[in-house]
Design a protein around this ligand. Structure first.
Ligand code: ATP
Ligand code: MG
Ligand code: MG
Ligand code: MG
Length: 480
């Protein structure tokens, strides 16, 4: 089954259960102060859950573009190293806004997975919230347990803690207990050695969570307390790429047709083969993953920049550029060449990729050229800093120099240090950064006469330029 068919079947299944198919919301949040990027399918429906807005349809289904690189859900560190966490991914979902609740959600999820998609029942595990005796003092989800117990044998039902089985989008907002569905893709021999139940939620690459059914009934308030919502809702999220992995009989998301065209292209451009060496494979996965995150955000209107969401995007792209440079020997821009392939594979489901194709390609290419021109020097400097360091902790001032002069985002410096068995003095970095901020603020006050706006974003967010962009920005904002 192609990924295109997997997506369509999901949507049509829920359409058949009275759901309206709606489009994905943009991945970049423009007007939610609590969230920078969409991190789950439910974000766009927040106001319905809170009861502030009445939905036109009480049942909807869609595939949502998500990005998990900041805030409560941040998977960036895992991406590339494992085979099932992405920065950008699609979340398939079905929702009930004050309509059906646990019974239908559980039964339909099971029906779709085992009848329609024909996943082997024996390979599936489900989890149920066990309750918590902390400040929230929540009860075990007995209702969900009984519903699962009617269709799944006891040994495949797992009781889960708050971390895994109480879903929250951020520090505030609608939330509730959840039941997750996990799949065990190991061989028969491996399964005989270790029971699958003991590997659920243990970061095993072949025992992975595919679907989360969240039963939304609370709102987490700014003061940290929970309040009951006026109605109960269903919010489900299934990782599309993981589902494709299961249905296409492969053992990594990167071996599905969502990623193979990108990986082929990377192999052609770089001359490195995927599947031969672990470090090369990580780099290839990072590049294949990150171009999606970057392209989708640009298509949604968020360009790489030095502040806020734009800086997050720039960091992701620079991370990919550096992985290519160090492990795939790419000394020239090449990531932009993947934009075309991405448009070909995903453009049908997400036409914005095709419409914005030229812009995305240009922006990525420009970013690559700009960062590559300082990357090599920066890496040489970092190498010499490491060599001359007497301790395993690297001076924050030096990291700041890399950031300021060579455009190394701090997490990139940390990553490189970590690869070499070192760590960063992040307090020292913060201190140097603050000192620079104060200097820039003072400088922008002094030069009021000559300049209009130094940055479009708020001054609070202003965290300095790297040297290359500084000149470009100055030209842009100078009064003529
Ligand atoms: P995990 O425990 O694997 O990190 P999660 O519990 O954080 O997943 P949820 O918040 O429950 O994930 O999101 C719903 C579904 O989205 C998950 O069941 C999974 O299939 C998928 N998913 C979550 N994070 C990612 C990611 N970074 N990349 C790809 N798919 C993801
Ligand atoms: Mg997670
Ligand atoms: Mg989980
Ligand atoms: Mg989950």
């Amino acid at each position: 089954m192609t990924s295109q068919e997997v997506r369509t079947q999901f949507l049509n299944f829920f359409k058949g259960k009275g759901h309206k198919i709606v489009p994905s919301a943009p991945m970049v949040m423009k007007d939610d102060p609590t969230l920078m990027f969409t991190n789950a399918g439910m974000n766009q429906f927040k106001e319905f859950f809170l009861g502030n807005t009445v939905p036109k349809n009480k049942r909807v289904t869609d595939t949502q573009k998500c990005l998990r690189v900041s805030g409560k859900h941040n998977d960036l560190e895992e991406v590339g190293k494992d085979t099932y966490h992405h920065t950008m991914f699609e979340m398939l979902g079905n929702w009930s806004f004050g309509d059906y609740f646990k019974k239908e959600a559980i039964q339909w999820a099971w029906e779709l997975l085992t009848d329609i998609y024909q996943i082997d029942k024996e390979s599936l595990y489900v989890s149920v919230f066990e309750g918590s005796d902390d400040a929230d003092n929540l009860e075990m989800d007995k209702e969900a347990y009984d519903l699962w117990n009617a269709i799944v044998p006891k040994e495949r039902i797992i009781m889960g803690n708050k971390k895994d089985n109480f879903w929250e989008m951020g520090d505030q907002g609608p939330c509730g207990p959840c039941s997750e569905i996990h799949v065990d893709l190991r061989s028969k021999e491996e399964k005989a050695k270790t029971p699958g139940a003991s590997l659920v939620n243990q970061d095993h690459p072949l025992v992975v969570e595919i679907w989360n059914l969240v039963f939304i009934q609370y709102n987490r308030k700014a003061d940290g307390s929970l309040e009951n919502l006026p109605e109960k809702h269903v919010d489900t999220g299934m990782g599309f790429e993981r589902l494709c992995m299961v249905l296409q009989g492969v053992k990594s998301n990167y071996d599905t047709d969502v990623f193979t065209p990108l990986i082929r292209e990377i192999e052609i451009i770089t001359g490195h083969k995927y599947g031969k060496d672990e470090q090369t494979d990580i780099a290839i996965r990072v590049v294949a993953d990150h171009i999606r995150a970057v392209s989708f955000s640009i298509a949604d209107g968020q360009l790489p920049s030095n502040t806020g969401a734009g800086y997050v995007i720039r960091r992701i792209l620079r991370r990919a550029i550096r992985y290519g440079f160090t492990f795939l020997d790419t000394k020239q821009p090449f990531i932009y060449r993947l934009v075309k392939v991405l448009g070909e594979t995903m453009g049908k489901a997400f036409p914005e990729l095709r419409e914005q194709y030229q812009l995305i390609e240009n922006v990525v290419k420009e970013e690559e050229s700009s960062f590559l021109s300082t990357l090599e020097q920066g890496l040489v400097l970092l190498e010499s800093v490491i060599k001359s360091s007497k301790s395993k902790t690297i001076d924050g001032e030096k990291a700041f120099e890399l950031y300021d002069t060579f455009g190394f985002p701090i997490d990139l410096t940390s990553l490189i240090l970590e690869e070499k068995g070192y760590q960063l003095d992040s307090k020292g970095f913060e201190k140097a950064l603050k000192a620079q901020k104060d200097r820039s603020r003072a400088a922008s006050e002094v030069s009021k006469e000559d300049w209009t706006t130094l940055m479009e974003d708020s001054e609070q967010e202003f965290i300095g330029y790297d040297s290359l962009e500084a000149s470009a920005k100055i030209v842009k904002y100078r009064k003529v």
